[in-house]
Ligand binder design. Structure first.
Ligand SMILES: NC(=O)C1=CN([C@@H]2O[C@H](COP(=O)(O)OP(=O)(O)OC[C@H]3O[C@@H](n4cnc5c(N)ncnc54)[C@H](OP(=O)(O)O)[C@@H]3O)[C@@H](O)[C@H]2O)C=CC1
Ligand SMILES: O=C(O)[C@@H]1CCC=N1
Length: 325
């Protein structure tokens, strides 16, 4: 049972996805932190559980491709602690075509500007024939991927984030509107495979591709934005004399708790804020300072600007000056 998954480009995100999926296969609890989600009013899609997907929707064999032998050695060390499944991953450098040939499903996790070269390499079209290719590249559209792949290759675009590594990821998925040559049952199966992979390592939902740049900024880049807030809260605690480690623990658990109140019980953030702000108390004093600092528009504008930047990634003309970043 199962199929072979090939990850092309096993850096930060390739590792996050692979380690999350391998961890799922080792410990198949869909809720590793013991939280069982309900169906909150404000959030329309409940987390799909593993019991809702068939056993063969998750891979049973893994190949991971990188460009340098050094990375192969580093990855082998990283996955050494992941038990027999992690130790069974085939790590290879410089053999993308051979690896894709052996795979059924491919996840492309290279840098956006590397995609065209990888997908149009000699022999790749034949290796990709009839397979499912999932791209997580920021800014690269399905129509571009279509130009670089044979018509028989089924394409799905994904935008995951780094918390996939601890199975707390958020992944947005999009499939092309219509694929004339592909039977509906095959497209449905492809969606099931994607849902299985990404819901096993967090939440996953399908959205129209037109939203992808905004999703890239909000949930793709979001862990970085959230961590700046997290660090700043801890700094405040340190300023007031708390030891650094405890300040970080308090800040992280508080952010997680507040986020989960929205996600798990459907509480609106404004309602949560209102219940905390005792009239005349200390919370409202702090809230007013945040408002004086225009924290809301600053955060929202960060998402706006990151969205605009995401739309430039993987686009040859606009991206040229950043090509080697
Ligand atoms: N970082 C994030 O939080 C997120 C990133 N993304 C997207 O994921 C993609 C990867 O980002 P990230 O993981 O941060 O990048 P990394 O630089 O960490 O990883 C890129 C990987 O690609 C490998 N690679 C480079 N060239 C080739 C090649 N020709 N063939 C095979 N492998 C190759 C590199 O190998 P080597 O190690 O040998 O150099 C490296 O392992 C990007 O497109 C980004 O837009 C999406 C969501 C979130
Ligand atoms: O910063 C980036 O371009 C990538 C995409 C989303 C998160 N990291």
């Amino acid at each position: 049972m199962g199929y072979t998954l090939c990850v092309i480009g096993c850096g930060t995100m390739g590792v996050a996805i692979l380690s999350g999926v391998v961890d799922t296969l080792r410990t198949p609890s869909p809720f590793p932190n013991g939280v069982t989600p309900s169906s909150p009013s404000g959030i329309s899609t409940p987390v799909p559980t593993l019991s809702t997907v068939s056993d063969d929707s998750l891979p049973s064999r893994f190949i991971a491709c990188v460009s340098r032998e050094d990375s192969v050695r580093r990855l082998k060390r990283t996955f050494e602690s992941y038990g027999p499944i992690g130790q069974g991953i085939q790590f290879v450098a410089g053999h993308n075509v051979d690896s894709v040939r052996q795979a059924d499903v491919i996840i492309l996790c290279s840098k956006p500007h590397q995609a065209e070269g990888i997908l149009t390499a000699h022999g790749m079209a034949e290796a990709l024939d009839g397979k499912l290719l999932i791209s997580i590249l920021a800014g690269v559209k399905i129509s571009q991927m279509r130009d670089w792949t044979p018509a028989s290759t089924r394409l799905i675009r994904a935008m995951p984030n780094t918390p996939c590594k601890i199975r707390e990821g958020m992944t947005v998925l999009s499939s092309p509107d219509a694929e004339l040559h592909t039977p509906l049952s095959v497209l449905a199966r492809d969606k099931e495979i994607c849902t299985s992979i990404f819901s096993s390592i967090g939440r996953a939902r399908f959205l129209d591709e037109k939203h992808f740049d905004a999703c890239t900024a909000l949930s793709g880049s979001g862990p970085a934005f959230a961590c700046i807030f997290l660090e700043a809260m801890a700094d405040g605690g340190v300023m007031m004399g708390l030891p650094r480690a405890e300040a970080l623990e308090l800040a992280a658990q508080t952010l997680q708790g507040a986020a989960r109140m929205t996600l798990v019980s459907g509480a609106h953030p404004a309602a949560i804020k209102d219940t905390v702000t005792t009239p005349g108390g200390c919370t409202i004093a702090g809230v007013l300072i945040l408002e004086d600092g225009r924290v809301r528009s600053t955060v929202a504008r960060a998402i706006q600007v990151a969205t605009e930047r995401a739309s430039e990634l993987g686009q040859p003309t606009k991206h040229a000056s950043h090509k080697h970043h």
